[in-house]
Design a protein around this ligand. Structure first.
Ligand code: FE
Length: 206
């Protein structure tokens, strides 16, 4: 299963940003938190986005080819991550009210104007099946700066935004992002609602 030559501690040293990925399909709006969006080329401007297949936003983008990426800044509170990362668009309408200054860009997809410093609109030109994730290769059709604030990194999130787990918490903690699942038994098919890692990346809180 896991390769002993691959130390997770080493993989954690890779740096990431944190973004709200949004989509729209047939009048339904949705969004999720992702940590993998990189600019691939400048001319034309393209990005590569990795999205877990378990989420609804993934399926919407597969069908519509359109998405926005809102780039979170260091002012983003835990509530942003809870709103977009800890609940599923299959169960709740995350845009029932236009949260965090949500506005629509020309492609009909929401982007956030609060706790963000820029957004981009992507149009998918290629999709690569990576197993748990799909890699979307997309042309950037719009990109706009919203503020001069510092972008939040995964490292910053860990150190400054994510609350430390309560010492007496009972349950299972995600070793990747620290999310705590409260319950005696962790379902085998459980997927971390924040970082989308599987049950094997959780450990029981002793
Ligand atoms: Fe996690």
């Amino acid at each position: 299963m896991s390769n002993p030559n691959i130390h997770k501690e080493a993989m954690f040293k890779l740096s990431y940003g944190l973004f709200v990925l949004t989509a729209e399909e047939g009048g339904k709006d949705n969004g999720c938190i992702i940590n993998t969006c990189i600019q691939a080329t400048e001319d034309p401007t393209t990005v590569i986005v990795a999205v877990n297949k378990a989420g609804l936003t993934h399926d919407m983008i597969v069908r519509t080819k359109r998405f926005n990426i809102s780039m979170l800044d260091e002012s983003a509170p835990m509530a942003v991550f809870e709103h977009f990362g800890f609940q599923s668009g299959k169960e709740v309408n995350k845009f029932e009210t236009p949260v965090y200054g949500a506005e629509k860009s020309e492609n009909g997809v929401y982007y956030l104007t609060r706790h963000t410093n820029a957004f981009l609109s992507g149009f998918v030109t290629e999709m690569i099946d990576m197993g748990s994730h799909t890699l979307f290769i997309a042309t950037v059709v719009k990109a706009q700066k919203l503020a001069d604030t510092a972008s939040v990194t995964y490292d910053y999130y860990f150190k400054n935004i994510k609350p430390a787990p309560a010492p007496k918490a009972k349950g299972w903690v995600c070793k990747i992002c620290g999310y705590v699942y409260e319950g005696e038994e962790l379902p085998a098919d459980y997927i971390c609602p924040l970082c989308k890692h599987p049950a094997s990346d959780f450990e029981k809180i002793m």
